[in-house]
Design a protein around this ligand. Sequence first.
Ligand code: FES
Ligand SMILES: [Fe+2]
Length: 370
Amino acid sequence: MTSPLLDHSPASLPARSYRDAGWHEGELAAVWRQEWVAVGRRTDFPERTIRRRTIGGAEVIVVNDGKVLRAFHNVCRHRGSELCTADTPLGRLISCPYHAWAYAPDGRLMSTAFGTATPDFDRTEHGLLPVHLKIWNDVVFLSAAEEAPEFQTDVGTRTLANWPMESLRTGHRHEAIIQCNWKVFWENYSECLHCPGIHPGLSDMIPVYKLGVMAEAERSDGGAALPALKEGAMTWTEDGQPCGPPFPGLTEAERAEGHRFVTIWPSAYVVAHVDYVRLVRLEPLSPTETRLTAEWLFPEETLAQPGFDASAVARFATQVLNEDAAACEMNQRGLASPAFAAGRLMPQEYEIHAFHQWVLKRLARGGHAP
Ligand code: FES
Ligand SMILES: [Fe+2]
């Protein structure tokens, strides 16, 4: 096994990158309006509806015409009014509330209402401004980039192939506004040095976490390999027991893993267990505020079990999320210190280093280099 550990201690990002409004604007433009951003599951966009979303500060609408999901910037091509002021059912046309320009659900401009079009005005050039849309494992992703970037996760795009993602239903949802920069959240997610101190329950469930590392490959203590989950546990529930029938399509190895993480920077991660799946999404609200939305996805037959309590299943991971949120907020409060310029990363924080490089590369590409 090759160790992913760093052989040096690189500098962290400058403290101002976690609090400065100008830096944040650069990230919204160069990261959040360029990359694929998760905005919900397919079922959050029912047939014949218009749903509003924000990606990287850009207001967009997702239109489901009964067949296709499409996304557009929420702005009218006449004089730039907000087009949809609320989530609505989809009528035959999407009409601007200001002067009634009307668009087809596919974005074509159909009518300029009382405005009389002159010969130099070409209706076909004034359709709604499109936003790229992609569905991956039933999660809807948008990209406001001119050219859609390649869709990537940290472990490839086929990694959940044996989980029946399309047929899972959301049984529990947890939403929180964390008082931290969005990067602080990902940094916390990307290391386990904090696990022994911050997550006693999780570290008990996942023995390797007690050593302050995320996986066997990171160990340098030379000890015997540890089980993925503690003795007798199969999944992330309080007693470690599955909350319903395990997914039938998983391989032996997948069943033994206990959890499979899939990370899609900057906005989402999925944790697939033997019996349920958790989807966590992030939305930056300001340099120091991030909205977190976590959903617990179950097979219908699990939800249909008499007396099934999805919130009881969710308790274990919610506790972990809350512990992380408190740590992130504590980190953010410290980052406000005028005395702190930048930190140093330890070898185990190789994923944070990669994340920093990922962000910096995009800032440079977008002309927002610090
Ligand atoms: S701004 Fe939409 S019709 Fe005038
Ligand atoms: Fe954590």
